[in-house]
Design a protein around this ligand. Structure first.
Ligand SMILES: NC(=O)c1ccc[n+]([C@@H]2O[C@H](COP(=O)([O-])OP(=O)(O)OC[C@H]3O[C@@H](n4cnc5c(N)ncnc54)[C@H](OP(=O)(O)O)[C@@H]3O)[C@@H](O)[C@H]2O)c1
Length: 426
């Protein structure tokens, strides 16, 4: 007897999943122990023409009808968004059906509720495709690394922003030119605001931080800045100082608390993350025993993401076929969340000052008064004014904020033009 699969959504990822299942049906059957059969598929428009290896009468516009169908044992949610995905997944779990999802937005906002429902019936909720597309990341973090107490995770987890920053860095493109090219090549959606504002990366950061530190981190716990404020000047200074600018997801364990944030950062050009170009993704984790590990690959796209979905589907279907309970990540709040004010980083500052003796001492005084230690300074004369470029040692975010406030009130400071965090160095 086959294992019945119900799919919710059949777009970029769902369509690629159907094609993989069709092409690799023998392999899948061997690994599951039974054939898989996609029996019902929900889409928004069931009447639309589709080029899919699927009989038309299996399409419906009702996700709950798929979930409740008696011949569906495993539900694969690939609609995206919060509703109706949340209601449909909760219903599937309540009925004891296994669920596979790629929905990072839903997991990052309602993960605890979903995993509680999965735990209540032992159904299992699999989500390898939710972060990093085709990169195996979720399972290694949950299953391969419990022997380690990870201390830090740095990730490039959004392909659109990495593509834009790569083009600005390597070709000197403006932000708008780079974004237009990303859209032309299909790396950016028509409305790319969730990517550019760091929202997509923050959802992934919440999931990764939860897994890395075995606790509950949700989207609203993640501090977030997007890449819209990154200027060609920042990128040029980064290059001259030996850095590249990346949108980073950072999750750290500091004094037992989790600090999670997404923002543009300068990364040393010899750091492995600096070599992650174009729309590629990578996650770099470190711990005292394992040292440093990097997971790298295509973080999005129908085909790579479908590989991760099918991997989860095979596991879920095998457990269902064997009548074994599903694997559930507890997502319990075991650790506090460190507010941004108390997080630490190194910082780069670009400051316009008047060009006269004693300026550097006044500027340095503002740093010293707020306990921020300067690691290096460059000065460049520009007529009556000078440009100061400073890199600090690791400092507290609140202290740095107060330093910037004090700098702005100094008569020798014309403008604090840019402040950016520096990661991957100390
Ligand atoms: N695309 C990627 O590279 C990628 C990578 C990693 C994770 N993901 C995640 O994978 C999921 C799917 O992404 P996608 O790119 O495949 O999306 P997509 O191409 O927009 O496909 C969405 C599918 O869901 C259906 N759908 C949407 N709302 C529905 C509703 N209310 N009722 C029934 N069906 C509904 C759509 O129906 P119609 O076909 O009729 O419009 C479509 O088939 C999302 O959670 C996304 O974040 C995507």
């Amino acid at each position: 007897m086959s294992v019945g699969v119900g799919m919710l959504g059949c777009g970029t990822v769902g369509g690629a999943v159907l094609r993989l299942l069709d092409e690799h049906s023998d392999d899948v059957e061997r690994r599951v122990g039974r054939p898989l059969e996609v029996v019902r598929v929900a889409v928004r428009d069931a009447a639309a023409e589709r080029d899919l290896p699927l009989a038309r009468d299996r399409l419906t516009a009702d996700p709950l009808a798929v979930v409740r169908s008696d011949d569906v044992q495993v539900v694969v949610e690939l609609m995206g968004g919060i509703e109706p995905a949340r209601t449909a997944i909760l219903e599937a779990l309540r009925l004891g059906k296994r669920v596979v999802t790629a929905n990072k937005e839903l997991l990052a906002t309602h993960g605890p509720e979903l995993f509680e429902a999965a735990g209540a019936t032992g159904a299992g909720l699999h989500f390898e495709a939710a972060v990093g597309g085709g990169i195996p990341l979720i399972r290694p973090l949950i299953e391969s690394l419990p022997g380690e107490r990870l201390t830090r995770l740095l990730g490039i987890v959004n392909g659109t922003t990495n593509f834009v920053l790569t083009r600005m860095t390597e070709e000197g493109s403006s932000f708008d030119e780079a974004l237009a090219e990303a859209q032309r090549l299909g790396y950016a959606e028509r409305d790319p605001s969730d990517d550019l504002d760091g929202l997509d990366a923050a959802a992934k950061c919440a999931i990764l931080a939860s897994l890395a530190f075995d606790t509950r981190v949700v989207l609203e716990d993640v501090y977030r800045e997007g890449i819209v404020g990154v200027s060609p000047e920042d990128i040029e200074f980064a290059r001259r100082l030996g850095y590249v600018v990346k949108l980073l997801a950072v999750a750290e364990l500091e004094d037992g608390e989790v600090a999670a944030r997404v923002h543009p950062a300068m990364v040393p050009s010899d750091h492995p993350l600096a070599a992650v170009r174009e729309a590629y993704n990578a996650v770099f984790v470190s711990g005292p025993n394992v040292g440093e590990l990097m997971f790298y690959g295509r973080g999005a796209g129908g085909a790579p993401t479908a590989v991760a979905v099918v991997g989860d589907l095979v596991t879920a279907a095998r457990l269902a076929a064997e009548g074994r309970p599903g694997v559930v990540f507890p997502w319990e709040a075991r650790r506090g969340i460190r507010p941004m004010e108390r997080m630490e980083s190194q910082y780069y500052l670009l400051i316009d000052v008047v060009d006269r003796p004693g300026v550097l001492a006044k500027v340095a005084g503002a740093f010293g008064a707020n306990r921020v230690s300067i690691r290096s300074v460059w000065q460049e004369g520009r007529g009556d004014e000078a440009l100061l470029v400073l890199i600090t040692h690791r400092a507290n975010e609140g202290d740095l904020g107060r330093t910037v406030g004090d700098l702005r009130s100094l008569d020798v400071v014309v403008e604090v033009r840019s402040v950016m965090r520096v990661e991957g160095e100390e």
